[in-house]
Design a protein around this ligand. Structure first.
Ligand code: SF4
Length: 356
């Protein structure tokens, strides 16, 4: 079968015009007929590794506090992390803030339009640069994300592993050939939307697919086997103990918090005292009760946190910041520690109930 790029584009765009999801970052500015570049930048950072439905409330909350790129560039990192709390992959939040500052310092306070300049922004790779350039600025730049990989592999019946470099290069070249000068952002969005809603990983909806007549995998009846399944590796399990160390101060119960290092996972965020769970308890701490276990799954790692309430032994020292539980609401905490705070709150309430 022959693949006609103009016919493919027109089938896909017609479908997109009728079926595009109404997403808040897609609202167009009357002046340009395209979305606000700041909104596109923000949504692209948030959507990395995260579902649309999860991102929407965060997107609105961000715009409420930081309505413009310059408001974000002025923001304090802890405030940004706090707002990002629960969205995960916190390096995105720090990069977003650094990108906003860079736009102010190097690009006149605007989100740049060329791929080269966009690639200068922290946290912006080839995909994000292409998305911002095409969607926000109408540049005919290709994009290849997980959804586009699947759609392209099926359209062209590519059976090699799309995680291999030669296949990746082939897909970028194909995407570049398909993206038009007119409406490049819409075409790119349509490709992603098709992958997210119709050409889904399991059971693609070929019967309602707007580009089925162009699809080589469908014609051969092999769409279910493309792309080939990834060999899953077991994810390493990290065991930790969260020590909710408390002390009584003037009728207030305070808990010990520590800040994480400025690099690595959850960098710069705060947490209850957390140590590797190696079967040994911290010698300066006396465990009062165990509250339970929290499992936390990341892409390449699983965590198991044992949560205990503890007190410092007499005269023992702990390098920590002591805060009442309510005051810790101002700190950005990784999700397992937000869960821990809820457990501690319930424990405190139960304790107060027993005492009254
Ligand atoms: Fe995907 Fe099926 Fe459409 Fe081909 S016909 S692009 S496999 S949904």
């Amino acid at each position: 079968m022959s693949f006609s790029i103009p016919a493919f584009r027109s089938d896909l765009l017609r479908w997109f015009d009728a079926n595009a999801r109404d997403l808040p970052w897609r609202a167009v500015l009357p002046a340009t007929g395209r979305p606000d570049p700041y909104h596109v930048l923000l949504s692209e950072f948030m959507l990395q590794q995260t579902q649309v439905a999860t991102v929407i409330p965060y997107f609105f909350r961000f715009l409420e506090l930081f309505p413009t790129l310059s408001a974000l560039a002025d923001a304090d990192e802890q405030a940004v992390l706090r707002l990002w709390q629960g969205l995960g992959y916190y390096s995105r939040a720090r990069n977003l803030l650094r990108a906003a500052k860079r736009c102010r310092e190097h690009f006149g306070g605007r989100v740049p339009a060329t791929i080269e300049q966009l690639l200068e922004l922290p946290g912006v790779g080839r995909y994000t640069a292409g998305a911002i350039a095409s969607i926000a600025h109408g540049v005919a730049a290709p994009i290849v994300d997980g959804n586009v990989v699947r759609v392209l592999c099926r359209l062209d019946s590519i059976r090699s592993d799309p995680r291999e470099k030669t296949t990746i290069d082939q897909l970028w070249a194909r995407a570049a050939a398909i993206v038009p000068k007119k409406r490049p952002g819409d075409l790119n969005s349509a490709m992603m939307e098709l992958g997210a809603t119709v050409c889904v990983p399991k059971n693609p909806q070929c019967l309602i697919c707007p580009v089925a007549r162009h699809c080589a995998a469908r014609a051969a009846g092999i769409e279910q086997t493309i792309p080939p399944a990834k060999q899953s590796k077991p994810t390493p399990l990290e065991a930790r103990t969260i020590y909710c160390v408390y002390r009584n101060r003037d009728k207030t119960v305070e808990f010990a918090f520590e800040q994480r290092p400025s690099t690595g996972r959850w960098a710069g965020m705060w947490q209850f005292i957390t140590r590797p769970d190696d079967g040994q308890n911290e010698p300066q701490l006396e465990i009062e009760t165990e509250l339970g276990t929290i499992a936390h799954q990341l892409t390449h790692r699983s965590y198991r946190f044992k949560v205990v309430v503890a007190r410092l032994h007499h005269r023992a020292k702990l390098n920590a910041t002591w805060l009442a539980l309510e005051a810790s609401l101002d700190l950005p905490l990784p999700k397992p520690h937000v869960t821990t705070r809820g457990m501690v709150h319930a424990w405190l309430e139960a304790r107060r109930g027993r005492e009254s």
